[in-house]
Design a protein around this ligand. Structure first.
Ligand SMILES: NC(=O)c1ccc[n+]([C@@H]2O[C@H](COP(=O)([O-])OP(=O)(O)OC[C@H]3O[C@@H](n4cnc5c(N)ncnc54)[C@H](OP(=O)(O)O)[C@@H]3O)[C@@H](O)[C@H]2O)c1
Length: 237
């Protein structure tokens, strides 16, 4: 039985991989072979490289997991951020955001879904997938598309008892947010946008991932779970 984590060399991906590897076999996927190989040694996991610009045909790619191995979970942590108004966004930039945030999830789920009977898959959206935040058009398009894809896939694969859910975090400390949160002033301004004023981190997300992968959430599918200090839905006085 194996759990697949893609984007495993990012902050969320590596923390999820480390946590799962304590009690399970984990297979990690990423784009940087040096970082992947270092993590694979640390947690005793096998790995494969993903190139979203030049993907291997899905049936072929799925062979990275031996055919007799049951795939219990798939977690895609691949993602990027682009904060720009639409009129300043080049078509190449827009395409890149869609490729990284939406196409990666299409590629991974379409590669493994048919092999995941009784499994659980998790994708990462963002608060921008629900709430109209200015200058987030590209990422909003990608993440809202991902949420829609996940709901439909949850319906398609329910007959196999493959659950498909999305976690939509608010701003968290990680590689992609490093520049946005570079100064104390920027952190304070960001915090103040949130009903519960805090910058998130992987500790806010790990329990939700563990729950969605466990039998405790066996009746939960097709959901987007917001872990964002209330920003998507709450307006305090
Ligand atoms: N951090 C936040 O504030 C925040 C907020 C809302 C949603 N999210 C979502 O949470 C998920 C996890 O992100 P994180 O916070 O852990 O950020 P992170 O540390 O920057 O990790 C991002 C991951 O995506 C991978 N990646 C980026 N571009 C790629 C490409 N072209 N091809 C293949 N892999 C690529 C990175 O690979 P490398 O390790 O090789 O760079 C890394 O593994 C993402 O889906 C993100 O959109 C994050």
């Amino acid at each position: 039985m194996v759990y697949i984590v893609a984007g495993a060399t990012g902050v969320l991906g590596s923390e999820i991989s480390k946590e799962l590897s304590k009690n399970n076999e984990v297979f990690i996927i990423g784009r940087d072979e040096d970082k992947l190989s270092a993590l694979s040694k640390e947690i005793d996991a096998s790995y494969a490289v993903i190139d979203l610009n030049n993907t291997v045909e899905q049936r072929e790619f799925s062979k990275i997991i031996p055919e007799d191995k049951e795939i219990k979970g798939l977690v895609n942590c691949i993602g990027s951020i682009l904060i720009k108004p639409l009129h300043g966004t080049k078509i190449e930039e827009f395409e890149e955001v869609i490729r990284v945030n939406l196409f990666s999830s299409y590629y991974l789920l379409s590669s493994f879904a048919r092999r995941m009977k009784n499994g659980s898959s998790i994708f990462f959206s963002s608060v921008a997938g629900t709430k109209g935040l200015s200058n987030h058009e590209a990422i909003a398009a990608a993440k809202a598309g991902l949420e829609g894809m996940a709901r439909s896939a949850a319906a398609s694969y329910a007959k196999d008892n493959l659950r498909v859910n999305v976690i939509a975090p608010g701003l968290m400390d990680s590689n992609m947010s490093e520049r946005i949160l570079a100064t104390e002033q920027a952190r304070e301004i960001s915090k103040s946008m949130y009903p519960i004023p805090k910058i998130g981190d992987f500790n806010d997300i790990l329990p939700v991932v563990k729950w969605l992968l466990s039998e405790d959430s066996q009746w939960v599918t097709g959901q987007t779970i917001h872990v964002d200090g209330g920003l998507s839905t709450v307006k305090p006085r």
